[in-house]
Design a protein around this ligand. Structure first.
Ligand code: SF4
Length: 497
């Protein structure tokens, strides 16, 4: 049997606001579905969600979920391989810990780490494979796992793992041989839907917080497309997707929504694509289909999209009519000089028009910015401040301010040093020499945002405490204090033990 493991959630104790974001492991759920479709024996262990409130302090981190010995106790006797999902960078210490403890308990069972190619919070495993090998991993599988899962599983199940270095498996990194991942899942519609029935999804729902703002009792993430055509230098996606964007058809997405409603009673969907609106025609078709089939669903573009790809603002009207309730966009910086350094463009005028329209339509909007990109100066940050002010006046519902961190696989990865664990590569990189200065600016800008919002959109601000109390979140800014409160309580409880 192949055992698929989702690692524990890791929270940086000094920052429960931007760390500890809960992502349902959609890539692993796809891999499980592919193996099951081929009739291959598998079991899923979700080391976080099987006991999400169990907490352990580890230096500056909180580790949530099963203890390593509990994971080991859940491995069936007929386990032939353990595949651990490299879900995101901040969970790295938990992933590494699982690798080493499983290997110690079962030295003969191959332990393989799978890359997550569809999240900007993930990391390129080929850049960090040696750290996993040092911990005892036998291999890292890079690229889309679904493409290689069956061949890899058959190799493990046949008892022929010892021959692995003699064969070529695209994307498989071994200590002495690295095969580059070259292929992609060509037709995403041919993939089975994620096997959520193998995961403790009730436990995710019971948390009452998620990555996207959660306003229903139940939700599921969706990947409606894969890849991204852009080349932002701070992002891992250009390395893991080689600028290829591939869509699922509107029909296929709607069928998944209908199935989720029927099977799990889910009517809220969080779109976790890297860039779901690259094809405006496809989004329009999706909206038409949802409306035609009278699906009473809410969907949120939780992981962001490039707003310039929605060229026709009437598309936003259609999206609202089809249940779109939230769109995250990424101006990143108010300075065109810094945007050039980032390899990113942003059409401010277009974004402002889009935010105004979203405001009218009742679609909540988020604008994300990154601070501290190499080469950024004080004057650049002042331009970011001005842009935030303008966007707040136009009605943007929330902002997110991240301090740039070097993600393995991004173009800027080698430009930074000074961190200890890779898990410290989060949006509060306190190891950076300029962290205090950047963080002071961040806190100031958040405060200014609230003041500006109070001045120009007081009604919106006053609604937030009520939504917070009802745990019916329209924005991440309403939800994140709740999540931070939960983490604080867990941290205190862990300290008392
Ligand atoms: S637009 Fe830029 S930041 Fe967003 S996924 Fe694409 S490359 Fe990454």
């Amino acid at each position: 049997m192949i055992v698929l493991v989702n690692p524990n959630l890791v929270v940086q104790r000094n920052d429960p606001f931007t760390t500890g974001i809960v992502y349902m492991p959609i890539g692993l759920a796809y891999t499980a579905a592919v193996l099951r479709e081929k009739g291959l024996p598998l079991k899923v262990i979700d080391a976080f969600a099987e006991n999400p409130y169990q907490t352990e302090r580890k230096a500056s981190f909180l580790i949530l979920g099963l203890k390593s010995e509990e994971v080991i106790a859940r491995l069936p006797q007929n386990t032939v391989a353990v595949w651990i999902y490299g879900i995101n960078l901040t969970s790295h210490i938990a992933t590494l810990n699982l690798v080493s403890t499983i290997k110690l308990a079962y030295p003969k069972i191959p332990v393989i780490v799978l890359e997550n190619t569809q999240a900007v919070t993930a990391y390129s495993l080929s850049d960090v494979a040696d750290a996993f090998f040092a911990a005892g991993a036998d291999a890292c599988l890079t690229g889309e796992s679904e493409l290689r899962a069956v061949e890899l599983a058959q190799l493990c199940l046949s008892g022929e793992w010892g021959r692995v270095s003699e064969i070529h498996l695209d994307g498989l990194c071994l200590p002495n041989k690295k095969n580059v991942a070259t292929g992609y899942v060509g037709d995403l519609d041919l993939l089975p839907y994620p096997a959520w029935d193998l995961f403790p999804i009730e436990n995710y729902w019971n948390l009452c917080f998620s990555h996207g703002p959660l306003s229903a009792r139940r939700y599921l993430p969706l990947l409606t497309s894969r890849g991204c055509p852009y080349t932002c230098r701070f992002c891992v996606a250009p390395q893991t997707n080689h600028q290829r964007w591939r869509p699922r058809s509107a029909q296929n997405i709607v069928l998944e929504m209908e199935r989720a409603a029927k099977t799990y009673g889910v009517y809220e969907f969080h779109i976790e694509d890297l860039n779901p609106t690259v094809s405006e025609a496809r989004i329009r078709e999706l909206c038409h289909l949802i409306i035609q089939r009278q699906l009473k669903v809410a969907w949120k573009i939780a992981a962001g999209t490039k707003i310039e790809t929605i060229k026709n603002l009437d598309t936003l009207d259609l999206m609202a009519a089809a249940g779109c309730r939230y769109i995250s966009i990424s101006p990143e910086s108010g300075s065109s000089r810094v945007l050039r350094l980032m390899g990113k463009f942003f059409d401010f005028e277009h974004a402002v028009r889009a935010v105004r329209r979203m405001n009218k339509l009742g679609i909540s909007s988020q604008a994300c910015f990154v601070l501290g990109f190499p080469g950024e100066e004080n004057g650049d940050r002042e331009q970011t401040l001005k842009m935030v002010r303008e966007m707040t006046r136009e009605g943007v519902d929330e902002i997110a301010l991240f301090i740039i961190t070097p993600v393995p696989g991004s173009a800027i990865f080698s430009e930074f040093s000074g961190y200890g664990s890779l898990s410290e590569l989060n949006f509060t990189p306190s190891w950076r020499k300029d962290y205090q200065k950047l963080n002071r600016f961040r806190v100031r800008l958040y405060l200014l945002f609230l003041i500006w919002k109070l001045r120009w959109h007081p009604k919106k601000l006053f609604q937030q405490p009520f939504r917070f109390l009802r745990k019916c979140f329209h924005t991440k800014m309403e939800m994140v204090p709740y999540r931070a409160m939960v983490f604080k309580r867990l941290d205190n409880r862990a300290a008392r033990r």
